[in-house]
Design a protein around this ligand. Structure first.
Ligand code: ADP
Ligand code: F6P
Length: 316
């Protein structure tokens, strides 16, 4: 079979490990594997590159995605999707492995309906995909955020300050939650765990009264303006406060061992599925085992609330 592989949406550490596994295990089973540059744009531009064993050498440890990625809003248009299918068919590519988030999944589901054999792998630092315990890139992003929290705690303690740290995650609080717990944050505010500003200010006043020298607030992006919130805390709680927006550094860096393994397992598993004639599915990891589910099941499902919320109040 001729199999295409692409990465799409926000890049995530471990995407290269997944591509490498697709290429190496695909070749092992006698397939031809084509890298598609810059997400769905590469299909529209017929930008297909034959990949061999050597072309993915050295990729396992590299962050980002060597195939490039893009957001291609016009891909939601049926005519554009049909053009993509024509380009794939012209090249003889009958199967596609996509690595990305839920938007990428929707693109793959559309191509599946038009006859392309698609398998999707969850690649995003947000950990916001139903049907998998972890997405490729999440664990590395947690390490990056925890490293930043440790550093911010040093300076916050020295200056007796309250640090507000905004992390990514889109509409999912997992990155803030897991890194906040690991970094010993006093408050973790996420879309799943909104805390009224007044409550935070009251609790900060108590902290101050009890002689605490610092406080760390970790908050998911898009909830409030962290700089304005820092000013409000400074004004009302007695804790001088500063906001730090971690931004794109969270998406970069070499993948941690867990993401190298997850990407490798998922890439190899995607080829196994195609070998077995299974497609129109998304790959996930559940209780350490590889699973696959139909696109519609995953895209219609809300992600269950993270179990870790149960301990946040008990330990902060
Ligand atoms: P992510 O995959 O990380 O969620 P996006 O939401 O930006 O990132 O989606 C990545 C790309 O997937 C989009 O730029 C677009 O090309 C494609 N895509 C998103 N939503 C759809 C959709 N409803 N139908 C077809 N393609 C889509
Ligand atoms: O999905 C990954 C992600 O980094 C989100 O956490 C964030 O909201 C978004 O992408 C940022 O997208 P862009 O790269 O388009 O600014």
């Amino acid at each position: 079979m001729k199999i295409g592989v692409l990465t799409s949406g926000g890049d995530a550490p471990g995407m290269n490990a997944a591509i490498r596994a697709v290429v190496r295990s695909g070749i092992l089973y006698g397939h031809e594997v084509y890298g598609i540059k810059d997400g769905y744009q590469g299909i529209l531009d017929s930008n297909f590159v034959r990949l061999d064993h050597e072309s993915v050498s050295g990729m396992l440890s590299k962050g980002g995605t060597f195939l490039g990625t893009a957001r291609v809003p016009e891909f939601k248009d049926l005519d554009v999707q049909k053009r993509a299918v024509e380009n794939l068919k012209e090249k003889g590519i009958e199967a596609l492995i996509v690595i990305g988030g839920d938007g990428t999944y929707r693109g793959a589901m559309a191509l599946s309906k038009l006859g392309i054999k698609c398998v999707a792998l969850p690649g995003t630092i947000d950990n916001d995909i139903a049907g998998t315990d972890y997405t490729i890139g999440f664990q590395t992003a947690v390490e990056t955020v925890v490293d930043a929290l440790d550093k911010l705690r040093d300076t916050s303690t020295s200056h007796q300050r309250c640090s507000i740290v905004e992390v990514m995650g889109r509409n999912c609080g997992d990155l803030a939650l897991v890194s906040g717990i690991c970094g010993g944050a006093e408050f973790i505010i996420t879309p799943e765990n909104l805390i009224p500003k007044e409550d935070i200010i009251e609790r900060l006043k108590e902290h101050k009264k009890n002689g605490r020298r610092h406080a760390i607030i970790v908050i998911t992006e898009k909830i409030l303006d962290v700089h304005k919130f820092a000013d409000e805390i400074t004004e009302k709680s007695g804790f001088s406060s500063r906001a730090t927006v971690l931004g794109y550094i969270q998406r970069g860096g070499n993948p941690c061992p867990d993401d190298r393994i997850l990407g490798s397992r998922m890439g190899a598993y995607a080829i196994e599925l195609l070998n077995d004639g299974i497609y129109g599915v998304c790959v996930g990891v559940r209780d350490s085992r590889m699973i696959h589910l139909p696109f519609a099941n995953v895209l219609d499902q809300a992600r269950p609330k993270n179990e870790l919320y149960k301990i946040v109040k008990k330990i902060s």
